[in-house]
Design a binder for this molecule. Structure first.
Ligand code: AMP
Length: 283
């Protein structure tokens, strides 16, 4: 595996692979790898000749009061894990490589970013995501880019950028990887002490409870949400949001007639965690 720091190096490596008619898969990450990240790398490895993983803690997607400074960083460990998955190139640029002096462009996806994490974290979060992902697509020019359904709204935002800007890349969303007790894997789980770690399992249990109610035939959004709310309350968690929205438009739903995204965000101990389930209308 090659660890590359500069855009010209990545372009040259990808250009050489393309010359040999190789397909290129990209996995954008912020590092602190866990099985969720590795599942994306495995999928990319299965489907492509050249696998590029980007490791960049993107400062522009963090709010002023968020955890940019504390975000876990261990490049040597990440590099070993990526190499073990058969990744070809780890692109780990400095911030100045991505945002040189004079950088002035911002990609804003209207509408989709007004709700859920866009509302909770502010519009600049998804602007930061959309802009850096578009840059990574321009640098690597992958055939396929892999994202986790863990960040369901991010997947929708990236798909919309690709559609609206006619980017020639296929977006593949991969399932949420969970710990044995159901907690969605996250780089931020390292912030949880033992008590918070136990409390955090309530997020997935709450989503499961709501999904069971839906599977039993309930279609009313408030009734479905109440089932989740009860589990959170029992665990002493007040969610930042707990919402049921159309799985493709993120419009609010009062009845589950189409696939719906049940999404939660909550502060648990020192971490801000998110999780979601997709409720199938046909279930
Ligand atoms: P991050 O490093 O947190 O920006 O995540 C990089 C990619 O990994 C994103 O596409 C995430 O959605 C994905 N990811 C993070 N956690 C998980 C998980 N538990 N299961 C599946 N994908 C994940």
């Amino acid at each position: 595996m090659n660890i590359l720091r500069t855009i010209p190096e990545v372009r040259a490596a990808v250009h050489a692979a393309r010359h040999e008619r190789k397909t290129v898969g990209l996995v954008p990450t912020m590092g602190a790898f866990h099985e969720g990240h590795l599942s994306l790398m495995r999928r990319a490895r299965e489907q492509n000749d050249l696998v590029v993983v980007s490791l960049f803690v993107n400062p522009t997607q963090f709010g002023a009061n968020e955890d940019l400074g504390a975000y876990p960083r261990d490049e040597a460990r990440d590099a070993a894990l990526a190499e073990a998955e058969g990744v070809d190139i780890l692109f780990a640029p400095a911030a100045s490589e991505i945002y040189p002096d004079g950088f002035a462009t911002n990609i804003h996806v209207a509408g989709l970013t007004d709700v859920l994490d866009g509302a909770a974290r502010g519009p600049r979060h998804f602007d930061g995501v959309a802009t850096v992902v578009t840059k990574l697509f321009g640098i690597v020019r992958p055939d396929v880019a892999y994202f986790g359904q863990k960040d369901a709204q991010q997947v929708l935002v990236v798909r919309r950028v690709v559609r609206d800007l006619d980017l020639d890349v296929r977006i593949e969303a991969c399932p949420i990887v969970r710990e044995a007790d159901g907690l969605a894997m996250s780089s931020r789980n390292v912030y949880l002490d033992a008590d918070a770690r136990a409390q955090a399992t309530a997020l997935n249990r709450a989503l499961d409870a709501a999904a069971s109610v839906c599977e039993a035939g309930e279609r009313d959004a408030d009734s479905i949400l109440s089932a989740a709310q009860r589990v959170l309350a029992e665990a002493g968690i007040t969610p930042e949001y707990l919402e049921l929205r159309d799985a493709s438009t993120l419009e609010t739903v009062t009845r589950v007639e189409n696939d719906a995204l049940l999404a939660v965000a909550a502060r648990v101990g020192a971490a801000r965690l998110i999780d979601n389930h997709t409720l199938k209308a046909s279930a």
